[in-house]
Design a binder for this molecule. Structure first.
Ligand SMILES: *[C@@H]1O[C@H](CO)[C@@H](O)[C@H](O)[C@H]1NC(C)=O
Ligand SMILES: *[C@@H]1O[C@H](CO)[C@@H](O)[C@H](O)[C@H]1NC(C)=O
Ligand SMILES: *[C@@H]1O[C@H](CO)[C@@H](O)[C@H](O)[C@H]1NC(C)=O
Ligand SMILES: [Zn+2]
Length: 457
């Protein structure tokens, strides 16, 4: 009896489901048609070249040919102004009255890419607090006068929606050396961590991708043990020291990055969008002192900020019909902020995320690109005496012509390695970056470093 009852219930249930499905198939095209409902589209498959609502067009190839020479710019577009970050507001003013049509054409690009604004920020100080502030400023009366009439410069990158605020007064405060010597800290950290380092014994202590491990003379690859994507590799030098490496070791490391990307793409032909990050030392968030790059290869899009630049470049192309990166570089070059090495160019970002941000850019991830990147990083370490830095990099997508970005790297410095306060706060994560160092000073020091050393190139 119980068995029959069960069968009847079961038949009724099946009947209901079948008629429900039937009803749905008969009516849904009608509903769709009546409401013209755009929701009923096939799902975007992994590897499809459209990203969400954003489909990319093929835009003109990136070029490092500058539109205007900086000497021409200085003579014709903005004469009689010494170029500094705070003077760029004056440069803009004078530039907008220039008569030469080349100046005016470049100004159009400048105004569309950057919003550049100086704002007065006056204040009053009660007597007691005034003494304290004066002390913070090294008891310098001239600097104290500047406190009352501060000037804050807001720079917005209109296509990538980045926003940086400069207050030059903050950079004029006397810098107190860290309580603990950075060199001592670094030396003992290096010795301590080398004793029991997983990456120094990578064959036993690191994971591999299913398609195996790659090795070169100075470097090796591993799979991250706790992955952020199907294809998430660690590419690392065999040497433990994160700050001292030669050009040969550096090129070997990035050569292996290229090899890994090729291998991963062969194994997963849908994976096409390479991006890379590198943090040096715990202050920057590195989990291991042994240097290691995180390399991702995504089937749909670049990760995060890299894709945001690509989207900005796409919007720019729709508005102006030209390559965003080419035009941006033309502006930096006219403003005398660029440094060339063969096919690659380096310049300090005018909308930096952190102090000294430098961008290195080239059509492809070629040897010039990595050599210039090496020179900039060596200048950070040897000339600015920086021990911790962070880098993000995007490389041209594999076999994708739409929305093509050049190879570019962004490198920032992260303050004293011994300073346990983090330099990243909700301000940087959710609002604007606060940066104090003049990009003109950054490029000047780097040019000087390269001119003086050239590092046996
Ligand atoms: C649906 O909407 C699109 C544009 O919104 C229009 O071109 C198309 O004719 C509409 N189709 C129907 C069946 O109403
Ligand atoms: C460009 O900057 C360099 C220093 O970085 C300076 O020597 C040179 O005179 C500048 N050129 C122009 C045209 O301002
Ligand atoms: C530019 O700098 C030079 C040297 O520092 C100085 O002599 C000159 O007056 C400055 N020019 C302007 C317009 O500020
Ligand atoms: Zn190690």
């Amino acid at each position: 009896m119980v068995g029959v009852r069960w069968k009847v219930n079961w038949l009724v249930l099946v009947g209901l489901v079948v008629s429900g499905v039937f009803f749905y198939f008969v009516t849904s095209p009608l509903i769709t048609k009546c409401e013209n409902n755009s929701k009923w589209k096939p799902e975007v498959l992994a590897g499809d070249r459209n990203v969400g609502h954003h489909s990319y067009l093929v835009w003109p190839a990136f070029s490092t040919e500058s539109f205007l020479k900086s000497t021409f710019f200085k003579q014709k577009c903005a004469p009689a102004i010494n170029f500094t970050m705070s003077n760029l507001v004056l440069v803009k003013k004078q530039w907008s009255t220039a008569e030469d049509f080349r100046c005016r054409r470049l100004l159009e690009k400048f105004l569309s890419i950057f919003t550049f604004e100086a704002r007065d920020a006056p204040l009053k100080l009660p007597t007691k607090f005034k003494d304290k502030v004066k002390h913070w400023l090294g008891d310098n009366d001239e600097l104290l006068q500047q406190v009352y009439n501060q000037e804050v410069i807001h720079v917005v990158s209109e296509y990538t929606r980045e926003h940086t605020i400069f207050n030059s007064l903050r950079d004029k405060r006397p810098v107190l050396p860290p309580a603990e010597s950075e060199d001592d800290y670094f030396k003992s950290l290096l010795a301590e961590t080398a004793k029991n380092c997983d990456f120094c014994n990578y064959k036993e202590n690191t994971a591999e991708h299913v398609f195996g491990r790659l090795e070169s003379k100075h470097s090796f690859t591993a799979s991250n043990a706790f992955k952020l994507d199907t294809l998430h590799a660690l590419v690392a030098p065999k040497k433990h020291d994160p700050l001292h490496w030669s050009l040969e070791e550096f090129l070997d490391l990035f050569g292996l990055v290229g090899d890994w990307l090729k291998k991963a793409h062969t194994y997963y032909p849908d994976a096409r969008f390479p991006s890379l990050i590198w943090d040096v030392l715990p202050k920057c968030g590195a989990s291991q002192v042994h240097p290691h790059l995180h390399v991702m290869l995504d089937p749909k899009r670049y990760h995060g900020q890299v894709e945001a630049w690509r989207e900005g470049a796409s919007d720019y192309y729709r508005d102006h019909g030209s390559n965003y990166f080419t035009d941006m570089l033309s502006i930096y070059s006219a403003l005398n902020l660029t440094l060339n090495h063969g096919a690659a160019v380096a310049f300090p970002n005018l909308v930096p995320k952190r102090d000294h941000e430098m961008i290195v850019i080239s059509k492809d991830a070629n040897e010039d690109f990595y050599t210039l990147l090496f020179l900039v990083l060596r200048a950070f370490i040897d000339s600015f005496k920086v021990k911790c830095f962070s880098m993000g990099m995007g490389l041209p997508a594999i076999d994708v012509e739409e929305g093509r970005i050049p190879a570019y790297a962004r490198i920032i410095t992260r303050g004293y390695v011994t300073d346990i306060r983090t330099d990243m706060s909700s301000l940087e994560l959710f609002m604007a970056a606060s940066v104090n160092i003049d990009p003109y000073r950054t490029i000047h020091t780097i040019k000087q470093f390269i001119a003086e050393t050239r590092l046996h190139l």
